[in-house]
Design a protein around this ligand. Structure first.
Ligand code: AMP
Length: 422
């Protein structure tokens, strides 16, 4: 019997997996430089947190959650997104009682029971970032800049920032009504008609051409923003201009999660086809109260690490991501193996990426392994070298060999390898 990973799960193995870490680190560096601290919230939560936080009428809650009863009879859900859990964690640990905004980021897997396809998985990875407890539009812009700079640091150049405002509890209900009235007059199937009553903004997100064609003249939120929301939105755009980040106004941009208010944005990559969103975020000024916390207007984003991998591959940005073995040890015989492991360990401690041949491979097999490793140098220790208290160092690029005293081997190799790196 053989096993396979469950359907729709994304897995990564070398060399491709190195990209995952590169992406995580680029976003982490960008977040840290702006004063965001790392949080590691629970991977699963009480189901009600997502029902109340993400929204009862959202697709995520109605059909995509991995929900089960644990052995104690509690309803548990694997996180389908980070924001609700991160906010719950911040509240539970009282971070909001200190200086505001609380600025945090997180990384890990999220789970949604979706129809698997390229760029859409049931287990996928996100970097998440949240600024909790401020209405200041400068923070909206800061969050965008942190993500933007991270994409750029990874070399991604084909990137579009789509920007919209979804209003607030003062103006959105008025818009919602106007939109519902418009949508009720269209030729739509029963399921979509139901959606008009439950969550009309989501209809704007329908990808089917026959629906899209009918949405051309749908009212847009921008025309309904109250003065406060309009001023907030204008300021975010002004500040984006100040720091040189281009955006596209996207009056029909809505998001899958119900908690968004005001600033809403998405990062799109044009080479990814249907699943072009490589990140997205926005304000969720009411979420804290929705889950039983104090009023804490907040904003944040989550970026899809799996899709960023695809975007980097589409842009040909996958080169040189493996740290690459620099030195490879070739011991001949048992006694030599013991010496070699000590030498290899010393080299690693000196900062050199080092590997060695394990098991009874013989000289030929070991040298082949050395070649295959991509190392610049092989270190050979056989009976002759042991007798001379030396090692034989072979430059695998040109075949030149030199004998070096065993005690001097680490210094000799460190000087060469690090020197060549400079
Ligand atoms: P969301 O929480 O839906 O706004 O998702 C934020 C980002 O996570 C999206 O822009 C995608 O890049 C990524 N993402 C969301 N769902 C999936 C999925 N099922 N598979 C892969 N990536 C996803």
């Amino acid at each position: 019997m053989s096993f396979q990973a469950p359907k729709g799960v994304s897995e990564y193995v070398p060399p491709r997996s190195a990209l995952m870490l590169r992406i995580r680190d680029a976003f982490a560096d960008s977040a840290r430089r702006a004063g965001y601290g790392y949080v590691e919230p629970s991977v699963f939560e009480e189901t009600q947190l997502f029902v109340r936080g993400v929204g009862e009428s959202s697709d995520v809650v109605t059909r995509e959650m991995y929900t089960f009863d644990d052995r104690g009879g509690r309803s548990i859900t694997l996180r389908p997104e980070f924001t609700a859990g991160v906010l719950r964690c911040v509240l539970e640990h009282g971070l909001h009682k200190g200086a505001l905004p609380v600025k945090v980021w997180a990384y890990g897997a999220a789970f949604r029971y979706e129809r698997p396809q390229a760029g859409r998985y049931r287990q996928f990875y996100q970097v998440d970032l949240e600024a909790i407890g401020t209405e200041d539009p400068a923070v909206d812009t800061e969050t965008i800049a942190i993500a933007w700079d991270a994409y750029r640091a990874l070399g991604i150049s084909r990137l579009t920032l789509l920007l919209n405002s979804l209003g607030d509890p003062a103006c959105r209900p008025v818009y919602r009504k106007a939109l519902q009235e418009y949508l009720r007059g269209l030729d739509l199937d029963a399921e979509t008609r139901q959606r008009i009553e439950l969550n009309p903004l989501r209809v704007l997100d329908d990808k089917r051409p026959e629906v899209r064609a009918q949405l051309q003249d749908a009212p847009v939120m921008a025309d309904f923003l109250c003065p406060d929301c309009a001023a907030h939105h204008d300021r975010v755009r002004e500040l984006l201009g100040d720091i040189g980040i281009p955006w596209t106004d996207a009056p029909r941009l809505v998001r899958g999660l119900d908690y968004y208010t005001r600033t809403t944005y998405e990062f799109d990559h044009p080479l990814l086809g249907a699943q072009s969103a490589i990140g997205g975020g926005g304000r969720y000024d009411g979420l804290s109260e929705d889950i039983g916390g104090p009023p804490l207007p907040s904003i944040g984003w989550a970026v899809g690490v799996d899709r960023i991998v695809l975007a980097m591959e589409a842009e040909g940005l996958t080169g040189a991501e493996t740290a690459g073995t620099q030195v490879f040890g070739v011991p001949i015989g048992d006694a030599a193996r013991r010496i070699m492991l000590a030498l290899v360990t010393s080299l690693r401690r000196a900062g050199i990426t080092t590997d060695m041949a394990f098991g009874e491979r013989g000289m030929k097999g070991s040298l082949k392994a050395a070649d295959r490793s991509g190392a610049s140098y092989a270190v050979l220790i056989g009976e002759r070298e042991q007798a001379a208290d030396a090692v034989l160092i072979k430059d695998l690029r040109n075949g030149e060999q030199v004998e070096v005293a065993a005690a001097a081997a680490v210094a000799w190799l460190t000087e060469r390898v690090l020197g060549e790196q400079r």
